[in-house]
Design a protein around this ligand. Sequence first.
Ligand code: BTN
Length: 319
Amino acid sequence: MLTLLKLLKDGRFHSGEALGAALGVSRSAVWKQLQHLEAELNLPIHKVRGKGYQLASPLVFLNAENIALNAPSLEWPIHISDSIDSTNTEGLRLANSGCPAPFLVLAEQQTAGRGRRGRKWVSPYAQNVYYSLILRIESGLSQLEGLSLVVGLAVMRALRESGVQGAALKWPNDVLVGQKKIAGILLELVGDPADICHVVIGIGINVNMRKADEVDQQWTSVQLETGSPVDRNALVAKLSMQLQAYLERHKTNGFVSLQEEWEQNHAWQGRSVSLIAGVNQIDGVVLGVDHQGALRLSVNGVEKIYSGGELSLRLRDDS
Ligand code: BTN
């Protein structure tokens, strides 16, 4: 099926006969594969009598050389899969089997992409960016302080460079345009955080996705925001360059050196919010973040600090 997709990726018309000849199968076998393509990969295909078959929009596949051309100073080896359960899981597997970090894992599709708080991350084929960077952490927990927030800054900058001027941050690590989510970040840790461990920085960016009924929250994509299809290789290159630079600053000077920049780009700075922790809800006004990236809320006029992977923020109507 993927061979057929690669024949169609140029977005031009191909006759059933030509496709059958290239694949060494009959025209009716081509027809069946096309139906699978549409159903399983959610890729619309135009069928025109006398002309043949055409992908509704041309596809550009992820390509390590292309990424390297756009990011010449990138030092991370890149592993690209066509289809994988989750790039985070694959990163952990590779690290466990001795692959030396840092390295990058990308995929065209995730069959079990995961988000924060046990949610699913919708990951259709060849439309978005599913990106995991695996780092080795040697200097203990302090290297992790505020890390996910710093990753958010890098994602936000890469999106703005790609034309999404309205990209902004939402604590702890969502990237929004207005009220709509365009990217999410999931950090996972393996090993002993007090000694040597690996952190997987998982980033999902909605890039060329225009329709996704399964997403259970307000969302947008780079294409929906800019009005034109985006070259995912160029976006991965921009993201990697931003990440490389921000991670270096974080390692050298700590989150404290980026705290102000983060607050300046926090979409909900000064807003009235509800902090949700399981069944509990705390209402307050966002003051900012502390030196470790924890949320500072004014609750009934008293400053309180909150951190933890299971927390989420909602805007209150009176904001
Ligand atoms: C969230 O906002 O809930 C976090 C979403 C993180 C999704 C990315 S996609 C690449 C990596 N692999 C995964 O399974 N999840 C992260």
